[in-house]
Design a protein around this ligand. Structure first.
Ligand SMILES: NC(=O)c1ccc[n+]([C@@H]2O[C@H](COP(=O)([O-])OP(=O)(O)OC[C@H]3O[C@@H](n4cnc5c(N)ncnc54)[C@H](O)[C@@H]3O)[C@@H](O)[C@H]2O)c1
Ligand SMILES: O=C(O)C(=O)C[C@]1(C(=O)O)C=C[C@@H](O)C=C1
Length: 358
């Protein structure tokens, strides 16, 4: 079915990212959020227009409930009661527990297709949203035996419009799978990051990319993650016990100064496990931007001057990251631009005296 209109309830990171992706395909999107500031920002970003209060006059083709897992059943029941759409889905990171609570809340299961897009970020809120968040990612769909096949087809189409690959599986199987590939890794990252509280200033000054990579997801919202884990206790505990056993064995071996095995064995298994992450879905999701590193002095308005120079060059910056080490008088602005614009931008900035490193 062609999706022409959608309702998104929960205009945070995921809801706004879905809305932005749908807008790129000309889908009409109505947005709602219990937080008026989030709703305002999502609308300002071009993700849609505010949903009215009354019942839907024309039910949208699909409604997406993008609220935290514990809020999904009540919100779903409310939007179904208001008849806001023909088909409903959610994006909660856990499926079985949320489904059980949705049944308890009296939701209509024929029109509800539980879903979970496997793209995200450690940041939350609409300010972190991006239309390409789900590009090349899997999008789990967990229809039940009560789900109308037409509804499942519509939500699969929603996933495809967002650039993702729909993958249908049973809710419990989904929860076991994400315990392994998402939820236990999150707790493990938090455990490593929590150790950093013990580090002194020198230790933290030495932090390089390795610890940043391993702990990035630990920067996620603790309230949201507590809710996710509360809904997937057994499967996550199973994985954490296995990880803890590996870590305990490694620590014992190191204490006994027999570093060769089994620590070597764990490193070998780790490398093989890492290689199993599918290249396509694990690949960098950003489209083909070229990155131009520009050295910026650590002084007032350096970024203002850089942006003015970029503006003069007539180039659109798609994304920017600033790397800056404490104590250094300069930092590096990484400007992401369309590849064709890179040579012109590099030349224009160099002509204006900027130190560029294409
Ligand atoms: N963060 C991720 O990486 C990620 C990835 C995939 C799926 N998810 C799932 O997506 C959902 C949303 O997560 P997020 O990261 O976008 O969080 P978020 O905090 O960025 O957004 C959630 C939004 O829901 C709103 N909200 C809360 N209760 C509401 C209610 N009763 N009615 C209307 N709006 C309500 C909040 O105000 C907030 O704006 C969660 O269920 C999460 O499990 C998250
Ligand atoms: O932060 C990220 O990069 C994510 O993709 C987040 C991530 C994940 O573990 O893969 C986290 C939770 C979600 O339910 C889905 C995606």
């Amino acid at each position: 079915m062609k999706i022409e209109s959608a309702v998104v309830v929960g205009a945070g990171l995921i809801g706004t990212s879905i809305a932005l992706a749908l807008r790129e395909h000309g889908v009409e999107v109505a947005l709602a959020d219990s937080d008026p500031a989030a709703l305002r920002l999502a609308c300002e970003l071009g993700a849609g227009t505010p949903l009215g209060d009354g019942p839907g006059t024309h039910p949208a083709d699909v409604a997406v409930v993008a609220a935290p897992p514990g809020a999904v059943p009540a919100v779903l029941r409310e939007v179904q009661d208001r008849g806001l759409a023909q088909v409903y889905t959610d994006v909660a990171s856990v499926k079985h527990g949320v489904l059980v609570e949705a049944v308890r809340a009296g939701c209509d299961l024929a029109t509800f297709v539980p879903g979970h897009p496997m793209g995200g970020s450690e940041r939350n809120g609409p300010g972190a949203a991006r239309a390409d968040l789900f590009l090349g990612r899997s999008w789990a769909l967990c229809p039940t035996d009560k789900t109308d096949p037409g509804a499942a087809a519509t939500v699969a189409e929603l996933a495809r419009l967002c650039g993702a690959a729909p993958l249908t599986l049973d809710a419990r199987a989904h929860d076991r799978a994400v315990a392994l590939v998402s939820h236990a890794p999150h707790v493990a990252a938090s455990a490593v990051a929590a150790r950093l509280l013990e580090g002194d200033g020198n230790a933290l000054a030495l932090a390089g990319q390795g610890v940043r990579d391993v702990t990035r997801i630990a920067g996620g919202d603790p309230s949201m993650w507590a809710e996710i884990l509360r809904h997937n206790t057994g499967p996550v505990a199973d994985v954490l016990e296995a990880v803890a056993a590996d870590l305990a064995t490694a620590a014992q071996a190191l204490r006994a100064e027999e570093g060769g095995t089994p620590v070597r064995g764990l490193l070998d298994r780790g490398r093989r496990g890492h290689e199993r992450i599918p290249g396509k879905h694990g690949a960098q999701r950003t489209p083909d931007y070229a990155v131009l590193p520009v050295v910026i002095p650590d002084e007032p308005n350096a970024l203002g001057r850089l942006f003015a120079a970029v503006g003069d060059a007539g180039v659109n910056v798609e994304d920017i990251r600033i790397d800056h080490s404490p104590g250094l008088p300069v930092g590096v602005a990484q400007l992401s631009v369309l590849p064709d614009s890179l040579p012109d931008l590099a030349r224009a900035l160099a002509d204006r005296g900027w130190s560029v490193h294409p």
